[in-house]
Design a protein around this ligand. Structure first.
Ligand SMILES: [Zn+2]
Length: 793
């Protein structure tokens, strides 16, 4: 596709400091994970499970799902047989990246050989010109680079570059790096300022990856290309690519609505947004561009002050896998994709290094200990894609996904975890995460090893010993986590009475001698956390946090129904070691109360019975869904929750003509009101994969009811799923064992995004049936179906 030249903005090609530069950048260097040893009882076992279970599970599933077979087909010039989605290659690269990190810290000749085999396949699948993407090579060779918005070629290339850098650094072999360079050179020959093509990826990722490739190879063109993709984004190229008239184009989903420096808030698809911001932060670190940095800090504030879950995740909505409006943080329908939490951690790690400010590392910690770690089961075999903060008991991890971005993303994060913990400047060593083990670093020209002893995150006592050959002067900067209000510090048993606190770090600048020991204490009382009042879904609720860990309540520990429980503000809550749960963890025991369920049928007032005492157990959020399935809640009320006030439907039994194992008929009368037909509820009643058939749902009551109306809110996931509005619907009631149509006053309406209501001549019955005609090529589904009691008595 040609692009009019006058639309190409002048682009600075040199990687120099731009005008309007910021000068307050600290630009810390991370201590690489290869120089960090983790020996604690929290992360070390999880990392070992990652190494011996999750990484092999990833590789096995890449074989089963066809990803690796796609490489073989492309390598042998096959023209059919491609399996899976258009971005299947990216999951291979992410798994190779994870395995490479693992090799870098734990030698494993068998895994190294497996990687060599996969890399040989990747090389064989690459075209002579450097192009590498099995979908297009096998299936659509004429359509390379034709749809940057949707077809993920640049996204896949980005993950290739990240894998190549990881593999090169782990093994010093150039096999994958050479493939990546050839591919990057190919891409660089196509995209860029005139006479090359304008364009940028629909799914950002390649930007941050090109920066990594630039750092390893020193090839300036890679930096320039990353900058080109970022600087040009927002020029609404996808409108032109898809011939969408500009007045009808909304590029928000792809962060293609405004030029990069003009973003005011986080928006669109969450993983795309956070990868893009990571790449933009990398570029700004080199250019010091005040406009870019101002945007990054502005969007960061909007993200963390109005759009982040307490678990460190982002992106509340399934509809766009992303953002909606500020403070929209529902719990039951929280999307919070695992990849989005990881991307948020990656972005904040970059900001922590750039500014040396602890508030960015706070976000990294919140994400890693909560949202990220929840992404994988305790046994390392199953993964979450979607991470709700409340479940009715039907949300569970899967061994794999059709879109399998999350499992290898968790694996690579755990395998390189140590890289988030420490950073250095010329004169200081920063400790961002407190993990027992050691770190090797050189500060002020002095090589040293930092020994850390702690039982974090279960306990806030941390002993730090800088091990040096000779005395040396430098600063230790110890992060005070945002959750900690009263840290205390001692050096060689001498309490530091007025420690210097700078940008969230306690600063200990002195001449360190062999044998010195720093003792930091971060007290961890149980905190009751309230959400900003604008977060409607959390009004009147609290969550429990202790240290960096957010807690939740699960049926597995609590025999009383979670939806009737509340924790009065004066209730005692205490931590307790539970050695028998998932290898040992600290639970919270809360003296909660259970509200009586009130029957509000035809009542305006009700005497309030005394609640019953209930001793509850909360476990860390990351640990949920590892035992018997059941309900889960992060947020609990502080006062008796209102009893559900449904209409007659709430008291009915539900039956359906058909339900496969991903339909939840109980969703039809769970009282969760949708705001849009496209919204993905936690429980949905649908008839998929049936289509072009007549189906039904029925309510039955133990005693006769008198009804004269009913309304339905239809589910419709056009654009991502296979449910559409039905062709038609009608109601029948049971009369002496026979189903008879009700006498409706007018037609049965069918519409999206609203209640479709009918009234009818009153009937007395014990059952009502919703009869639905499915479209020819689609299924239908129902968010909610309500019944109106006839009130002429
Ligand atoms: Zn994902």
């Amino acid at each position: 596709m040609s692009v009019r030249l006058e639309r190409i903005l002048p682009l600075l090609l040199l990687c120099g400091v731009t005008q309007g530069a910021e000068t307050n950048l600290l630009k810390l260097r991370p201590v690489p994970f290869t120089d960090v040893t983790i020996t604690d009882t929290f992360w070390a076992p999880r990392r070992e499970t990652n190494r011996i279970v999750s990484i092999p599970v990833n590789l096995e599933n890449l074989e089963k799902a066809g990803n690796l077979q796609n490489l073989r087909l492309a390598a042998t010039n096959a023209t059919s047989g491609f399996q899976g989605l258009v971005f299947m290659d990216s999951d291979i690269y992410k798994a190779v990246e994870a395995a490479s990190y693992s090799l870098a810290t734990t030698p494993d000749p068998a895994l190294g050989q497996r990687l060599d085999e996969i890399i040989a396949l990747i090389g064989a699948a690459q075209r002579p010109d450097g192009y590498l993407n099995t979908y297009f090579t096998i299936k659509e060779p004429a359509k390379r680079w034709q749809n940057l918005r949707d077809w993920h070629e640049l996204y896949c290339a980005g993950h290739l570059f990240e894998a190549a850098v990881a593999h090169f650094e782990a093994t010093k072999k150039r096999t994958l790096l050479n493939i990546a360079i050839k591919n990057a050179d190919h891409i660089d020959s196509i995209f860029g300022p005139p006479p090359k093509r304008l364009g940028y990826p629909g799914h950002p990722e390649i930007e941050l990856a090109l920066i990594k490739l630039w750092r390893v190879t020193g090839e300036q063109r890679y930096f320039n290309l990353a900058r080109f993709f970022i600087e040009n984004r927002g020029r609404r190229f996808f409108a032109e690519e898809h011939k969408t008239p500009l007045d009808r184009y909304d590029g928000t989903y792809w962060q293609d609505d405004v030029p990069i420096r003009d973003h005011q808030n986080i928006k669109g698809h969450a993983v795309r947004a956070a990868y893009l911001l990571s790449g933009a932060t990398d570029v700004a670190r080199e250019t010091h561009d005040a406009g870019l940095l101002g945007m990054i800090r502005r969007v960061w504030r909007n993200t963390t002050e109005k759009n982040m879950y307490i678990t460190g995740g982002i992106g509340p909505s399934a509809h766009n896998e992303g953002f909606t409006v500020d403070y929209d943080l529902p719990n039951l329908t929280a999307y919070q994709e695992t990849c989005a939490t990881i991307a948020l951690a990656q972005w904040n790690h970059r900001l922590a290094l750039l500014y040396g400010d602890a508030r960015y590392a706070d976000v990294v910690e919140r994400a890693l200990y909560n949202g990220v770690l929840a992404g994988v089961s305790h046994d390392g075999q199953k993964f979450f894609y979607v991470n709700p903060l409340e479940s009715t008991g039907n949300h569970h991890r899967s061994t794999w996904f059709g879109c399998a971005c999350c499992p290898p993303n968790v694996a690579r994060t755990l395998a390189s975890l140590g890289g988030y913990a420490y950073a250095v400047s010329d004169r200081a060593l920063y400790v961002n995460l407190y993990i027992q083990g050691s770190a090797r670093a050189t500060v002020a020209g002095v090589p040293m090893t930092l020994q850390v002893t702690t039982d974090y995150p279960w306990d806030g006592q941390i002993a730090i010993r800088p091990q040096l050959q000779n005395p040396a002067r430098f600063a230790l900067r110890l992060r005070v986590p945002g959750w900690c209000t009263e840290p205390s510090l001692a050096v060689n048993k001498q309490r530091v009475s007025r420690p210097v606190l700078e940008r969230g770090y306690l600063v200990l600048e002195r001449t360190w001698r062999p044998g010195d020991v720093v003792e930091l204490n971060l007290p961890m009382p149980v905190e009751r956390i309230a959400a900003h009042p604008n977060v409607k879904s959390n009004q009147g609720l609290l969550a429990l946090q202790r240290g960096p860990l957010v807690y939740c309540f699960e049926d597995a520990d609590n025999s009383v129904p979670l939806h009737r429980l509340f924790i009065p503000l004066h209730a005692e809550i205490r931590p307790e070691k539970a050695r028998n749960i998932l290898g040992g963890l600290t639970v919270l025991k809360a003296r909660a109360e259970m509200a009586a369920e009130l029957d509000w049928h035809r009542r305006l007032y009700h005497a309030l019975p005394t609640p019953r005492a209930a001793l509850l157990t909360a476990i860390p959020y990351y640990a949920w869904d590892n035992r018997q399935p059941g309900a889960m809640k992060v947020w609990l009320p502080v006062a008796p929750p209102p009893s559900p006030v449904g209409g007659l439907e709430a008291r009915a039994q539900v039956a359906v003509s058909f339900a496969n194992n991903n339909s939840q008929p109980r969703g039809i009368n769970d009282g969760v009101e949708p705001r849009r037909s496209s919204e993905q509820p936690a429980m949905l009643c649908h008839w998929w994969p049936h289509k072009d058939s007549e189906e039904w749902a029925a309510y039955t009551w133990p005693t006769p009811v008198r009804i004269s109306g009913s309304k339905v809110y239809w589910f419709d996931d056009t654009g991502r799923g296979a449910c559409r509005l039905p062709i038609s619907w009608s109601l029948q009631y049971l009369d002496q064992g026979m189903w008879k149509p009700v006498e409706a006053h007018g037609a049965y309406p069918v519409a999206k995004d609203k209640w479709c209501e009918v009234t009818f001549k009153p009937v007395q019955t014990t059952a009502l049936r919703l009869v639905v005609r499915l479209p020819r090529d689609y299924a239908s589904g129902v968010h909610e179906w309500k019944v109106t009691e006839h009130d002429d008595e």
